[in-house]
Design a protein around this ligand. Structure first.
Ligand code: MRU
Length: 352
C-alpha cells in the first residue's frame, strides 16, 4: 500500500515503488524521520528496536521484509523455497508477544505455496501482492473495529487509553483509537486521557502526538494518575489494543494494561479491548502461555536518554502483561462485539 494522503494521522508504514518506508517511531514526536529499507535484516532491526511497533504494524512490515528478502533470489526452486522459510523464521524472531507477526508471515508463506510449480517470478509477485493485501485489509479492519466500538460509546464521553494502539501501530486508524477518528468524522467529541506508558512512552510520544495531529482532544497523564482521573468521574470507558488474545479471553498488551483494567473494575468503568481477528490466537489456551518479551534494563534506567537510577540497579522490564478475561468487558473485532464466555464466543466468531 502506498502513501495515502486521506489518512488523518501520520502514516507509519508504506511501500514506495521498490522498497519499504517506515516512519521512525523511536524519534517521534520531536523528529520526523523516514527509514527507507531494502533488506529483511533492516526490517528485523526496525521491528526489534521499535522503529516500527504495534502488533498489526509489525506484521505488515515483516511481510514486506519477506518480499525484500526473496525478490533477488535465483530461479532455482529448491533454493527459493528454503530461503523463503528461513527468512520468514528470521523475521518472526524479531519480537515474541504479538501474534500478528507470525500470523502475517504464515499467511504469506501459505499463499506462496499455492503457487508451487509456477515460475519463481510469479511466486515472488504473489508474495508482494499478499503483503499488500494484508496491509490494505488492516486499514479496513481497523475502521470496522472503530464502527463496532462506537456502538458502545456516546458523544462527549471521557476515554482512557494505554500505550499506542492508534494509526501509528497499524495500517491506519488504529484499533483502540479507530472510534476516535470515526467520531471526529461525525462531529462527535470525546475527551481522551492518554497514559504516558513507561518505560518507552508510547502514550506520550505517539498517542498524544497522533491525536493532536488529528485535532482530537487529548490530555496526557502519567501512568500513576489513571486511578485519580477515574475517581474524579472523568472516564466513562477504557479502550486498549492487544498483542495477543488467548483462547480463554486473557489479553496481553503493553505493560501497565493489567493495572488499568483492575482500576477500571474498581470504578465500575467498562474495559474494552480492540482486537483484529489476527490478534486472536486460539492455539494459546490461556494468558499464562503467552510469551512475554523482556526488554533491556536501559529502557527503565535511561529510557529518555538520561540516567534516572543508580548505576547497576537491578531492573525488571517486561514489555507486556496479561489481563485476565474476567476484567475484560468486551473484545471488539472487525466481526463485532464479543462478550464472555470468551472461550465459546471467540471460537464461534473466528470459525465464522
Ligand atoms: O511494544 P509496543 O509499542 O509494540 O506495544 C504495542 C502495544 O502494546 C499495543 O497496544 C498493541 O500492539 C496493539 S496495537 C494496535
Amino acid at each position: 500500500m502506498k502513501f495515502n494522503q486521506a489518512i488523518p494521522h501520520p502514516q507509519s508504514v508504506f511501500w514506495q515503488e521498490d522498497h519499504l518506508v517506515l516512519l521512525d517511531q523511536r524519534r517521534l514526536p520531536t523528529e520526523t524521520v523516514y527509514l527507507h529499507l531494502t533488506t529483511p535484516e533492516e526490517v528485523w532491526e526496525a521491528i526489534a528496536t521499535l522503529a516500527v511497533r504495534g502488533a498489526p504494524a509489525i506484521g505488515i512490515a515483516a511481510v514486506y521484509g519477506l518480499y525484500l528478502g526473496v525478490r533477488g533470489l535465483p530461479d532455482q526452486e529448491e533454493i527459493f523455497w528454503a530461503e523463503l522459510e528461513r527468512i520468514a523464521d528470521f523475521l518472526n524472531s524479531a519480537r515474541p508477544t504479538a501474534v500478528n507477526l507470525s500470523w502475517a508471515l504464515k499467511r504469506v508463506v501459505n499463499k506462496a505455496k499455492t503457487f508451487k510449480g509456477e515460475p519463481v517470478s510469479s511466486v515472488k509477485q504473489a508474495i508482494l501482492n499478499e503483503a499488500t493485501a494484508i496491509h490494505e485489509e488492516d486499514v479496513r479492519v481497523c475502521r470496522q473495529i472503530g464502527e463496532h466500538l462506537l456502538t458502545l460509546l456516546q458523544d462527549g464521553m471521557g476515554i482512557l487509553t494505554h500505550c499506542n494502539a492508534g494509526g501509528l501501530a497499524t495500517g491506519a486508524y488504529g484499533t483502540a483509537l479507530a472510534p476516535l477518528y470515526l467520531a471526529r468524522e461525525r462531529g462527535w467529541k470525546f475527551k481522551v486521557f492518554a497514559d504516558e506508558t513507561r518505560p518507552v512512552l508510547q502514550g506520550a510520544r505517539l498517542t498524544a502526538y497522533e491525536l493532536m495531529q488529528a485535532g482530537i482532544d487529548v490530555t496526557l497523564i502519567c501512568d500513576n494518575m489513571a486511578g485519580a482521573v477515574m475517581k474524579q468521574g472523568w472516564v466513562q470507558a477504557v479502550i486498549v489494543g492487544t498483542d495477543r488474545v488467548a483462547a480463554n479471553g486473557d489479553v496481553a498488551n503493553k505493560i501497565g494494561t493489567y493495572s488499568v483494567a483492575v482500576l477500571a473494575k474498581a470504578h465500575g468503568i467498562p474495559f474494552y479491548v480492540a482486537a483484529p481477528a489476527s490478534s486472536i490466537d486460539l492455539e494459546t489456551e490461556t494468558g499464562e502461555q503467552i510469551p512475554i518479551e523482556q526488554r533491556s534494563p536501559e529502557e527503565v534506567v535511561a529510557g529518555m536518554g538520561k540516567p534516572i537510577a543508580p548505576e547497576g540497579v537491578q531492573v525488571y522490564n517486561p514489555a507486556f502483561d496479561v489481563t485476565p478475561a474476567e476484567y475484560v468487558t468486551a473484545i471488539i473485532t472487525e466481526y463485532g462485539v464479543i462478550r464472555a464466555p470468551y472461550r465459546e464466543n471467540l471460537k464461534r466468531v473466528l470459525n465464522g
